[in-house]
Ligand binder design. Structure first.
Ligand SMILES: [Zn+2]
Length: 333
């Protein structure tokens, strides 16, 4: 177990570097924890230890995501266990919550969920591409029954967003939730981004367009950004087992769409992977090495996610204050 009071991992020789400074106030908008789909799917450490490491690194918060269940209950208890870092709960509209289920969305919102992900393994597009839905079979026997006919789509045959999806989005908007596209097709994500403005949703996060599950083209990324979407880049894609996106290629896309429209997240659950704050740190350092400015990186890890959550500088300062008080009091223990 790491330091109980959460100083996190030690700094490099000589103390915090620019990379460390940029991690301060960062928000991981796509963080998986434990348990995920089953107890067999292990993570590097338990959520409370993981959070203590992130807090020790100065991070301001994480959006806790589960492919199965709304993370409202977990977030509620984790807040008390590891104060000084925000855990923002979310809901994913998969079959496990009834798909496009307005009651599930409203209940999650009333228990603090601030992010709504469109279907992931339940998306017809994911099933067609053999994405998360295929991977799920390793852990859930019944997942072998999944096929595109049973999959969820945001749009009808005419390419229009379905009424039940609109209903979920309008509830999300009522509770100021951010909507992320999950594993639906780029065409569905674009249709959603076009429609969501009618419900007061300013921006949709285009979830990891580079992933195997989504497989978007550069053109589709451009279209989403033109519709005020944010484009997500995950540490997952750079891990040894994946290497689906070269950092230099990511940088090229970011320079084109501008960092104002990009976020950096983690999005993984493996016992062999470092804690999420370390891979976020790795991405920050990599982009610094490639010549990206500190200001641009800060937008992607701190300002853009904070804006989506409706957090201003006062809120971030308040989190920072609580964090330093906790770390100081643990020094005196
Ligand atoms: Zn994810």
């Amino acid at each position: 177990m790491v330091c109980m009071h959460g100083h996190g991992l030690p700094y490099p020789p000589g103390g915090p570097t620019t990379t460390d400074r940029l991690l301060e106030g960062a928000i991981d908008f796509h963080h998986h924890g434990y348990p995920e789909v089953s107890f067999e799917m292990l993570t590097r450490m338990e959520d409370n230890d993981e959070l203590a490491v992130a807090r020790g690194a100065g991070m301001a918060g994480i959006v806790l995501k589960s492919h199965m269940w709304p993370t409202v209950g977990r977030a509620y208890h984790l807040k008390n266990q590891v104060p000084g870092i925000e855990v923002i709960p979310s809901i994913v509209l998969n079959h496990s919550v009834g798909g496009f289920n307005p009651i599930a969305v409203e209940s999650a919102a009333r228990q603090g969920a601030k992010v709504m992900f469109m279907p992931t393994w339940s998306a017809a597009h994911d099933m067609e591409r053999g994405g998360m839905s295929k991977y799920l079979r390793k852990y859930i026997k019944k997942a072998s029954d999944l096929n595109p006919e049973k999959g969820l789509r945001l749009t009808n045959e005419k390419g229009k967003v379905k009424a039940e999806v609109r209903e979920c989005v309008s509830i999300a908007s009522e509770y100021n939730m951010t909507v992320c596209s999950g594993h639906v097709s780029p065409q569905e994500a674009i249709a959603l981004a076009q429609d969501s403005k009618d419900y007061g949703v300013d921006s949709i996060v285009f979830s990891h367009p580079d992933s195997h599950s989504v497989g978007a083209t550069r053109e589709e990324i451009r279209d989403m950004v033109q519709l005020d979407g944010y484009c997500e880049f995950c540490a997952l894609g750079t891990l040894p087992a994946f290497q689906r996106l070269k950092p230099s290629e990511a940088l090229e896309i970011i320079e084109e769409i501008r960092p104002e429209r990009a976020i950096l997240t983690t999005d993984y659950f493996f016992e062999w992977a470092p804690p999420a704050s370390e891979t976020l740190r790795m991405l920050i350092g990599t982009f610094l090495d490639l010549g990206m400015s500190e200001e641009d990186i800060r937008l992607m890890v701190r300002n853009n996610p904070a804006k989506m959550l409706g957090w201003d500088d006062n809120k971030l300062n308040e989190i920072e204050k609580t964090r330093s008080e906790i770390l100081q009091s643990s020094d005196n223990d």
